[in-house]
Design a protein around this ligand. Structure first.
Ligand code: NAD
Ligand code: ZN
Length: 253
């Protein structure tokens, strides 16, 4: 089926849906110019690691505990690669669907773009890069840009070490986000989308497989094939923006 025909089939399912889930990954923010994690143009491919360690090691909870300045150096580089980027129309089209039905967004992205684009039900499984908290007193602060930040940054109240509220390698997912994800999945969705993710993690892959097995409509939007490509009801082999626009156009006003 071509893109338009698939978009019409997805739109028909959406028109009848009460609750819809979008599970999103780095691909949706690629349209904002952000590098993805794996594969072509991957963030970590282009980064020179002076210390000769794998980036997964540097960005791990263990390294942060031993050598926060080292982890912070690369957190800073990641933020710098993303500086100035903003949500794109793919984020906004998902947010606008809230006018038609209940929409939940479950994202692995740490850029905060879904909220910024206006989505209200957002579960950030890997946290948010711009939210810092103090390891000593727990004070939280928003940091829109890390430009000019002294590394590693310290708490203005108590001088304790700050860290961004993101999941580092080897760390657990945030408990509250996982609980909310489980609750909403149990309540059920009529349509489940996977957008711009390699779906490498079981907590991304699993719910889409379960939804498919339960006979629900599942949709993958990704120019490349993934573990989910043969599992979903509909697959749009194109970018997030062109795919979501085709679906919304087919849906009509
Ligand atoms: P990934 O980088 O592993 O995969 C990105 C996927 O997006 C690929 O399957 C690719 O084919 C697809 N893609 C590329 N361009 C696309 C487009 N225009 N439209 C739709 N899909 C497109 O990303 P992941 O599965 O999200 O896992 C990455 C991990 O790295 C996560 O843990 C995440 O926290 C982190 N990360 C976050 C950001 C961000 O916050 N924007 C960016 C990079 C990495
Ligand atoms: Zn403090």
């Amino acid at each position: 089926m071509d893109l338009q025909a698939t978009a019409r089939a997805v739109a028909a399912a959406l028109a009848a849906a009460r609750r819809v889930a979008f599970i999103t990954g780095a691909g949706i923010s690629a349209e904002s110019g952000l590098p993805t994690y794996r594969g072509v143009g991957g963030l970590y491919n282009e980064m020179t690691i002076d210390e000769g360690l794998p980036i997964e090691e540097i960005l791990s909870g263990g390294t942060f505990a031993r050598d926060p300045a080292l982890t912070w150096k690369y957190i800073f580089e990641i933020e710098r690669a993303c500086r100035g980027a903003a949500p794109n129309d793919a984020h906004r089209l998902i947010a606008a669907l809230e006018r038609r039905c209940e929409v939940w967004v479950v994202t692995q992205n740490v850029d905060g773009f879904h909220r910024e684009a206006g989505s209200t039900n957002v579960i950030e499984l890997h946290g948010n890069l711009s939210e810092l908290f103090c390891l000593v007193c727990g004070a939280r602060s928003q940091c829109r840009t890390f430009d000019g930040l002294a590394l590693p940054p310290r708490c203005a109240d108590c001088g304790g070490l700050l860290r961004p509220d993101v999941v580092l390698f080897g760390e657990m997912l945030p408990e509250r986000a996982v609980r909310r994800y489980e609750i909403e999945m149990t309540r059920g969705f009529d349509v489940v989308f996977s957008v711009g993710t390699t779906a490498a993690f079981p907590y991304v892959y699993g719910p889409v497989v379960e939804a498919s097995e339960a006979g629900l409509t599942t949709v993958e939007i990704n120019p490349d094939r993934t573990l989910l490509s043969d599992v979903v009801t509909h697959r749009l082999a194109a970018g997030a923006l062109v795919s979501l626009r085709a679906i919304v156009d087919a849906l009509g006003p």
